[in-house]
Design a protein around this ligand. Structure first.
Ligand code: FNR
Length: 369
């Protein structure tokens, strides 16, 4: 069997120093866990176990769930955050454990905008009919967006003023400083799935007529400012990444050509990892099925220099399928989400299936499968 590309280590260059070396190209994508104790954004033992067990399961890069840069940027009141020092201290054991297992630790910094102030997606809450916008009595807050929009089936959001946008950019940078202090090796900016950055990018949700709306340049200004502000404070020897929705899957929406153009511009600014997902604004109109978003990653990869690390995501469940995505040069890595919830050792199993050396923890060696 030829050497597995999925399990060939890769080094993502940083602006200075050796860059970030991953032992393989299997990424755990960010997945909200709605697991905190006091609605204070402080991660708990759950995050340690959830992320730690996938690190012990052989993943090369483990990315912590959508982590709010400010309290009002949370999707739900059960989200984690990085807006204060207590959160930094609570993330430290998580990143240390991930590193001790030989994986790299990433964090997805996020602002939900108009998609904030909702109930967490937990079975108990759903059973009580607690879905959609949080009520005031359950701790709901006023949300903000690029412009008011009824696309989200949630309480309406206020349009951000130019001053508020400026403050928001500074908030993203302050959270990046804390992500560094917490020990994360890379940041993935959440620019996808209809959250605040995407609300600026998409013509479906951005009806502004000032310098943050209208033309492609104007709609991309907020994310370009965020990237520039983070790069001012993010250590030069660490890697900055972004997740983008490659398509709104609506003719008049944000499309793959917009994504390719934005990725090239963000690469020029210094972003080096790109995870290409899709949708999030309005009802879903796109394709489904195995690897349905891979062509979007392939389009971005084709437009970027070789040293960018582009990952594909979405119903990539089989090791052979993942390997195929890489050997056909459609992506440099794969994000494996839901299947890894059921199988924390997915990466080690994939290594064995592909004839590569798994990173089975010593503790499990005696009982190796
Ligand atoms: C997600 N997803 C997600 N995406 C994201 O960018 N930030 C997040 O915090 C979350 N949260 C989240 C929670 C849960 C429970 C699931 C199942 C998914 C989307 C996720 O990262 C991934 O893109 C999708 O699950 C598609 O990949 P798979 O699951 O088909 O491999």
């Amino acid at each position: 069997m030829p050497e597995s590309k999925l399990f060939t280590p890769v080094t993502i260059p940083a602006r200075r120093g050796a860059g970030l070396t991953l032992r393989n190209r299997v990424v755990l994508p960010p997945m909200c866990q709605y697991s905190i104790e006091q609605q204070d954004g402080v991660p708990t033992d759950w995050q340690l176990v959830h992320l730690g067990s996938r690190a012990a399961g052989g993943f090369g890069l483990v990315i912590a769930e959508a982590t709010a840069v400010v309290p009002e940027g949370r999707i739900s009141n059960l989200d984690v955050g990085l807006w204060n020092e207590q959160q930094v201290q609570a993330w430290k054991p998580v990143t240390q454990f991930i590193h001790a297992q030989g994986a790299a630790a990433g964090v997805q910094l996020a602002h939900a905008g108009a998609k904030g102030s909702t109930y967490g997606w937990l079975r108990e809450l759903e059973a009580q009919g607690k879905v959609g916008s949080l009520s005031q009595t359950d701790g709901g807050w006023d949300t903000v967006s690029s412009s008011p929009s009824d696309l989200f089936d949630l309480n309406p959001a206020q349009q951000m003023s130019v001053e508020e946008i400026g403050q928001s950019v500074r908030d993203w940078a302050a959270a990046a400083v804390r992500a560094d202090e917490a020990g994360f090796d890379m940041i993935q900016i959440h620019g996808a799935h209809g959250y605040l950055i995407h609300q600026f990018l998409s013509p479906l949700s951005n009806a502004r007529s000032d310098q943050y709306g209208g033309s492609w340049e104007n709609r991309t200004r907020y994310v370009r400012e965020i990237v520039a502000a983070i790069l001012e404070v993010w250590p030069e020897d660490k890697v900055l990444g972004i997740r983008l929705s490659g398509e709104d899957w609506v003719q008049e929406g944000w499309g793959i050509d917009d994504t390719v153009r934005l990725a090239a511009e963000l690469y020029r600014l210094g972003v080096r990892t790109f995870d290409i997902s899709s949708a999030g604004i309005g009802p879903y109109h796109g394709p489904t099925g195995p690897g349905y978003q891979v062509p979007l990653a392939a389009a971005v990869k084709a437009a970027l220099p070789q040293d960018a690390f582009v990952t594909a995501v979405g119903v990539i469940t089989e090791p052979v399928q993942a390997e195929h995505v890489l050997v056909t040069h459609q992506a440099d890595g794969v994000s494996v989400g839901r299947v890894a919830l059921g199988d924390p050792q997915w990466a080690n199993r994939a290594a064995q299936q592909l004839g590569a050396k798994p990173a089975i923890p010593s503790q499990y060696w005696r009982g190796r499968w």
